[in-house]
Design a protein around this ligand. Structure first.
Ligand SMILES: NC(=O)c1ccc[n+]([C@@H]2O[C@H](COP(=O)([O-])OP(=O)(O)OC[C@H]3O[C@@H](n4cnc5c(N)ncnc54)[C@H](OP(=O)(O)O)[C@@H]3O)[C@@H](O)[C@H]2O)c1
Length: 229
């Protein structure tokens, strides 16, 4: 399996590189030119293509011949970084390739997610402030996902809870809607978020799903597992 990791130098991206290499996959990583050094530890084992992830020529080169593409959707800046990246990946990945995108719980596919007032307030306040200082544009991540949901590519959008660092606890559990009791713990280890992304490449049950994930050792996930017996 040959996979492209778009946003390979970030925290999530580096974990995904590690998981993909552990599975014996051939890896092509895309990251900003100034971040190439963050991949020094694996530079002899992967192909690195430097460039902005929304640069269509960079993505065209990077995804050529790939069976799967793992894309970190980041809302940074106010120049349509997320939607530009997602669009380029969908346009240039080979037909039938598995496309797995990352985002957060704030993205909703069908409007049936139930959010706490804390999350709604955070998204609203951060959204306005971040756009005002031209730091990030959450609306563009929403637009990126709208385009993905409407596409006929073999996509999965993985929606991460709050994140923490730490040793792996195994594959996170997931649900279709934020607000489902199993997700109440709202915490996932970043290394396991990455594990879920890489695992999704070979899990056809997740095609055209937007799983909201949570760590399998959270109290809510454990209680759910107990209920299932
Ligand atoms: N952080 C959270 O609490 C949280 C919660 C839920 C879901 N998520 C989702 O998890 C994914 C990864 O998030 P993360 O927080 O773990 O961050 P991350 O992995 O460090 O990823 C951030 C990515 O954005 C790039 N980036 C950073 N600043 C940039 C800029 N100014 N312009 C362009 N690119 C820039 C980074 O590349 P460089 O290496 O070049 O800097 C990296 O590829 C995202 O999809 C996010 O929506 C995060």
């Amino acid at each position: 399996m040959k996979v492209c990791i778009v946003g390979a130098s970030g925290k999530l991206g580096q974990y995904m590189v590690r998981h993909a290499l552990e599975r014996g996959y051939e890896v092509v990583g895309v990251c900003r030119e100034k971040s190439v050094g963050k991949l020094d530890a694996v530079k002899d084992r992967i192909t690195i293509i430097p460039g902005d992830t929304n640069d269509r020529r960079v993505i065209e080169r990077a995804v050529a011949g790939c069976d799967g593409v793992l894309t970190v959707l980041a809302p940074w800046g106010v120049r349509n970084y997320s939607s530009g990246t997602a669009q380029a990946v969908m346009d240039y990945a080979r037909p039938g390739a598995r496309l797995v995108f990352s985002c957060g719980w704030h993205i909703t596919r069908d409007g049936k997610d139930v959010y706490t007032w804390q999350l709604r307030t955070f998204a609203a306040v951060f959204g306005v402030l971040a756009r005002w200082i031209r730091f990030a544009d959450l609306r563009d991540q929403v637009e990126a996902c709208r385009r993905i949901f409407a596409s006929d590519t073999r996509w999965t959008v993985v929606r991460g809870s709050d994140l923490e660092e730490g040793e792996s606890q195994g594959l996170p559990v997931w649900s279709r809607h934020v607000g489902d009791p199993v997700l109440a713990g709202n915490l996932t280890r970043r290394v396991d978020f990455a594990l879920f992304m890489v695992d999704a490449l070979t899990n056809d049950e997740l095609v055209h799903e937007a799983p909201a994930i949570v760590g399998r050792e959270t109290a809510s996930a454990r209680a759910h597992a107990q209920r299932l017996g």
